[in-house]
Design a protein around this ligand. Structure first.
Ligand code: FIX
Ligand code: ZN
Length: 424
């Protein structure tokens, strides 16, 4: 029987497909699933402006490497001098070809600046006097970001104080409960937990599991957290009889399941392989995607978001996700957020998962980074999608414009909105 809907639709000619995809991707509002940004009501925690942008930890690694300057000497400088050092090393002495350096250019240019003509001082003038609220409006409008999920740590005193005062003021910012401190150093975290009225022992004995579950549940509720998350070293394994496995299996995951929020696993960071570099000193290692599959099998009623840091893990993670509908793959994380890798990973995900993944998150730490991170990613994703629709058309399925809009919407906002229940 002929398909009645198809009979009424107008299909794009092959030559029109690429432009339709580019237009849809460019216009697509973004739900940014993982950032380190904050709602302006969190005060100084929201980092923004040119000096922060230039001293992003990716650029600290690149400029100290290029110059050979000891990290301690770099960090001994005040922020302004650090920015001048990075500018000089990565923009003046050599061309800014790296992804993070190009990002500064893309961002500045999108704001109507001319980084070569204006230089660091000219760019500083542009940002001076922008209120946090106006700055968020500008960055989000330029990047097309509709909402962004923060990374929220109740063990950070400055941040906890903001939550205790009432938390978010701007609906565009959503919360995610970050639980790393609990797992990395339970004895230290448990002392704080006990002071806050949760009977958690440093060795996880007695009523610790139920008390920690109660703590996670309370904070998910207080923050209206859209998910709980942790970044894991490459040795993440499941099953896991260690303290880490018990904390996750007996407290954190059950609390997420009770609250109907996903648990996000970000796997593959080798923390502080060069400790003197601080945040810039982390590395990457291969993980074990099959462990993620075993976790999904053990908790079929829980939902897991997962991104892995090693390029080598991407294929096995996709194959694992094909078997578990409670496993949601997202983003090209950190050292993978480079056009060459976004291209290969996105193509593979489309081939193995269809449209059931979230291709990117920004991981922005500085407000203005949403501009370049989304521009650069969108450009590559649009290219990859165009090639896939061309292949599909060759195979006998010419797309219609509203189908392209529908699919693009799912990738940039709809899937994330569903998984994080943002409409609820
Ligand atoms: O653990 C994480 O959430 C990482 O994304 C970051 O902490 C990391 O430093 C980063 O900013 C990567 O882009
Ligand atoms: Zn992050």
């Amino acid at each position: 029987m002929p398909n009645e809907r198809a009979k009424r639709m107008t299909f794009l000619r092959p030559a029109e497909v690429k432009a339709a995809i580019q237009k849809a991707v460019k216009a697509a509002p973004v739900v940014d699933m993982h950032t380190h940004l904050y709602d302006p009501s969190f005060g100084g925690l929201l980092l923004r402006g040119i000096d922060e942008l230039i001293t992003y930890h990716y650029l600290i690694a690149e400029s100290t490497r290029a110059s050979g300057l000891a990290p301690a000497k770099f960090y001994a400088m005040p922020r302004k001098a650090r920015a001048e050092f990075v500018w000089d090393e990565l923009f003046v002495k050599r061309s800014p070809v790296s992804e993070a350096a190009r990002g500064v250019l893309t961002t500045a240019t999108a704001y109507g600046l001319d980084p070569r003509r204006d230089g660091l001082d000219g760019m500083r003038k542009f940002f001076k006097g922008l209120s946090p609220e106006k700055h968020v409006d500008l960055a989000f409008a330029t990047a097309g970001v509709e909402s962004a999920v923060m990374t929220n740590d109740p063990f950070n005193d400055a941040e906890r104080a903001s939550w205790e005062r009432g938390g978010r003021g701007d609906e565009r910012f959503q919360a995610a409960l970050r639980i790393d401190p609990l797992v990395i150093d339970l004895p230290a975290a448990s002392a704080k937990l006990r002071a806050w009225g949760y009977g958690v022992a440093g060795d996880f004995s007695g009523a610790s599991a139920s008390e920690l579950r109660r703590f996670c549940g309370d904070w998910i509720k207080r923050m209206n957290a859209r998910y709980a998350a942790m970044s894991f070293t490459p040795d993440f394994a499941w099953p896991d009889a260690s303290l880490r496995g018990r904390i996750l299996g007996e407290a954190v995951i059950p609390a997420c399941r009770d609250a109907s929020v996903p648990f996000a696993l970000m796997i593959g960071v080798r923390r502080r392989i060069r400790p003197e570099l601080g945040d810039a000193g982390d590395g990457v290692g291969k993980g074990d995607p099959s462990s993620v599959g075993r976790l999904c099998a053990e908790f079929p009623d829980a939902t897991f978001l997962c991104t892995m840091l090693a390029r080598e893990d991407q294929h096995e993670l996709c194959v694992t996700a094909r078997k578990f509908s409670n496993l949601k793959v997202f983003g090209c994380w950190w050292f993978l957020n480079n056009p060459s890798l976004v291209r290969e990973i996105t193509a593979m995900r489309l081939e193995l998962l269809g449209l059931t993944f979230v291709p990117q998150h920004s991981d922005a730490r500085i407000l203005d980074q949403v501009v370049y991170k989304w521009r650069h990613s969108k450009e590559v994703i649009a290219d990859v999608l165009s090639a896939k629709y061309a292949d599909m058309a060759k195979a006998g399925w010419r797309p219609a414009r509203d189908e392209i809009d529908r699919d693009v919407e799912a990738l940039f906002s709809g899937n994330a909105r569903d998984w994080l229940r943002l409409d609820k």
